[in-house]
Write a protein that binds this ligand. Structure first.
Ligand code: PLP
Length: 404
């Protein structure tokens, strides 16, 4: 991969922050956008904008075709069996709420159980907890080890005939752990239980094949894979999309409406009520085109080298504790420095142009389990460089004595 060429396609990367060249290590929160994404969003707003699906005129048809082409691209990218299995949502959080609300309404009864892991992002925790409360079901959490890896014995002990759904993350946003989701899916399926996988932190880092995984629901956000904000995907097997009731009601999701009843539209539109974020979809499609120029495996290998390099550099510093000790990790390093508040470190790093995230990373149950309130998190994308990590380590070396 030609890094210089890749970086030149992301205009934000060549700017300064606080008078210093930007070092953007907050990619798990959101990724930056290449020119192709920025340009296409601008082009469709300035040249082609018209509402989709219901038009007879040219602009509407152009937008409709481009928005639907994005659905096809995403289906191919994750190897879905059909593009109708791709539902556009506002993002990962919206996708999970869609499944939690509709699955809950259709299938969750008092005494049922919903099983999640201790390491989930709040987006894949709170919706299930609240659905369980609403239907008098049990919300069951399986444990992780101190390393951040799942305690699979606890998973095997807690899944049972009462479990109605398992919801787990592919990659931990807080620690970077790549989780053994295939083992979870295979075990759940042996008991006839469907599995939702939160792919928000996996889709941009590792190849995802939903048919090979045999996963029932797989969700992710456009903005974490170089696309626009406000657009995301719910992939679901056709059998589930047919079995679930609609999420929201309104235009587009109906085929017939009378004073007394309504008939719902075919897939995927049954789950896409109202005017969709069609320009977001088009931008998302451009992001998929962008990333498809590379092998996702090639990206993963490079990012893994960045990760191990950063971990090594951090370990050389006194008082650093790294959280998330797994052989299988995506490009996230979470750490604390003895006696220093993560927030103070984040603020001083910002003064040097380095953007990291501090806090609980929307994973309070995990932080509680690890006995900490938060960490500093540096998360990498394939436009980051070893030189940026050297600079990061050098700045930490200067900042640490100032905060002690
Ligand atoms: N799940 C994980 C693992 C995440 O990292 C995030 C965002 O950080 C989300 C869900 C929520 O994604 P969004 O805010 O795009 O809905």
């Amino acid at each position: 991969m030609d890094l210089k060429e890749i970086r030149s396609q992301f205009p934000i990367l060549s700017q300064t922050v606080n008078g210093k060249p930007l070092v953007y290590f907050d990619n798990a929160a959101t990724t930056q956008k290449p020119n192709t994404v920025i340009d296409i969003v601008n082009e469709y707003h300035s040249r082609w904008n018209a509402n989709v699906h219901r038009g007879v005129h040219q602009l509407s048809n152009v937008c409709t075709d481009a928005a639907e082409a994005a659905r096809e691209k995403i289906a191919r990218f994750i190897n879905a069996a059909a593009s109708d299995e791709i539902i556009f949502t506002q993002g990962t959080t919206d996708s999970i709420n869609l499944v939690a609300e509709t699955f809950g309404r259709a299938f969750i009864k008092p005494g049922d159980e919903i099983l999640v892991s201790q390491t989930e992002h709040h987006s894949n925790f709170v919706p299930w907890q609240q659905i369980a409360l609403r239907y008098n079901a049990r919300f069951v959490v399986f444990d992780c080890h101190d390393s951040g890896e799942w305690d699979m014995n606890d998973f095997y002990a807690k899944i049972n005939a009462k479990t109605k759904l398992v919801a787990v993350g592919h990659v931990s946003n807080a620690l970077g752990t790549v989780n053994p989701i295939k083992d979870v899916i295979d075990k759940a399926h042996s008991l006839g239980i469907p599995v939702l996988v939160d792919g928000a932190q996996a889709i941009q880092h590792i190849p995802v094949d939903v048919q090979a995984l045999d996963v029932d629901f797989y969700v992710f956000s456009g903005h974490k894979i170089y696309g626009p904000t406000g657009i995301g995907v719910l992939y679901a097997k056709t059998q589930w999309l047919e079995a679930l009731p609609p999420y929201r009601y309104g235009g587009e999701m109906i085929s017939k409406v009378t004073n007394t009843y309504s008939e719902f539209n075919n897939l995927p539109y049954k789950f896409e009520a109202g005017t969709p974020n069609y320009i977001g979809q088009i931008g998302f499609g451009a992001a998929i085109d962008f990333i498809s120029q590379f092998e996702v495996q090639q990206i993963a290998t490079y990012e893994h080298k960045l990760l191990r390099y950063a971990e090594q550099k951090l370990s050389d510093l006194e008082g650093v504790v790294i959280y998330g000790k797994s052989d299988e990790k995506a490009a996230v390093v979470s750490f604390l420095i003895d006696g220093i508040h993560p927030y103070d470190l984040g603020v001083l790093l910002d003064k040097t142009g380095i953007a990291v995230r501090t806090g609980n990373h929307c994973a309070q149950p995990l932080m509680t389990r690890l006995g900490i309130f938060g960490t500093v998190r540096a998360s990498f994308a394939f436009y980051n460089t070893f030189e940026e990590i050297d600079y990061f380590a050098e700045m930490l070396r200067k900042i640490i004595p100032m905060l002690k």
